[in-house]
Design a binder for this molecule. Structure first.
Ligand code: PXP
Length: 262
């Protein structure tokens, strides 16, 4: 079971002040000591959080393998072929979004994904696709000959958020919840079934399966019950907890949950 820590959120805090503190590079040793298995960073086309120098420094200094998230961007793929992270995860990207919103549109980007993936693989970089948990996306990923898929857990996490946590901060969720709690419970369980079905299909086709987006210390428990997911990519909840308990403890707490579930 792999736990990848998405440290973009540290760069996000830094960019709030446009200074050099906190430095995402300083997170590496804490994550490593706490038992993380991978470091994940998202090099956005507009470089609004992680910069090229962060990427290069992190690759140079990390004892853990690096998972580079990026859009279908030739220049970033070239950079990846040169610096060789362990894995590139292709994600859809919109300038106006706060965070990655949905999975990749595989049909409309099939040729581009295929070409960029081949280029990465020739350069010994594994390729993963961030996709919505639908069996047709798994079939398309198989045709694209990628090493791994990362199932988007955002829909599940959003429904769970409406049902379980900090509802007073989530005005729309609270209204929806009041209107129909049972419908939300059903939606949550359907979202888990979708994740399980996609996982089953990927296992049948021999594709490695990861999951990520919106996972936290409580909602991860039900995702861990899905047999076959071997890789979790988590950022926001771990960095948020680290403000109170420190990064090493926050990573360790998540790692313990994952290890104890199996
Ligand atoms: N996986 C992917 C592909 C992402 O884009 C993100 C968010 O940057 C994550 C995982 C982590 O999501 P979160 O920060 O909500 O844990």
């Amino acid at each position: 079971m792999i736990l990848g820590i998405n440290i973009d959120h540290i760069a996000l805090l830094r960019e709030g002040r446009k200074i050099n503190d906190p430095d995402p590079l300083d997170a590496l040793s804490f994550c490593h000591l706490a038992g993380a298995d991978m470091i994940t960073i998202h090099l956005r086309e507009d470089r609004r959080h992680i910069h090229d120098d962060d990427f290069k420094d992190i690759i140079r200094h990390s004892k853990l393998p690096i998972n580079l998230e990026c859009a279908l961007d030739e220049d970033i793929v070239e950079l990846a072929c040169e610096y060789k992270p362990r894995r590139v995860t292709f994600v859809p990207e919109k300038r106006e979004e706060v965070t990655t919103e949905g999975g990749l549109d595989l049909d409309n980007n099939f040729n581009k994904i295929f070409e960029l993936s081949r280029h990465l693989k020739v350069n010994s970089v594994d390729v993963s696709l961030f996709i919505d948990p639908k069996t047709e996306n798994i079939d398309a990923s198989k045709s694209l000959e990628v090493d791994q898929v990362e199932l988007h857990t955002g829909e599940y996490a959003n429904i769970d958020l409406m049902l379980n946590s900090n509802l007073w901060h989530h005005k729309n969720g609270l209204e929806e919840l009041k209107a129909n709690k049972n419908a939300l419970i059903k939606k949550r369980s359907n979202a888990l079934i979708q994740l399980q079905n996609a996982t089953n299909r990927a296992m049948d086709l021999g594709i490695n399966i990861g999951a990520g987006h919106g996972l936290n210390y409580t909602n991860i428990h039900d995702v861990l019950k899905i047999d076959g997911i071997g890789d979790f990519q988590i950022g926001q909840s771990i960095i948020a907890r680290s403000i109170f308990v420190g990064l090493k403890q926050a990573v360790k707490d998540m790692k313990d949950i994952i290890v104890n579930a199996k």
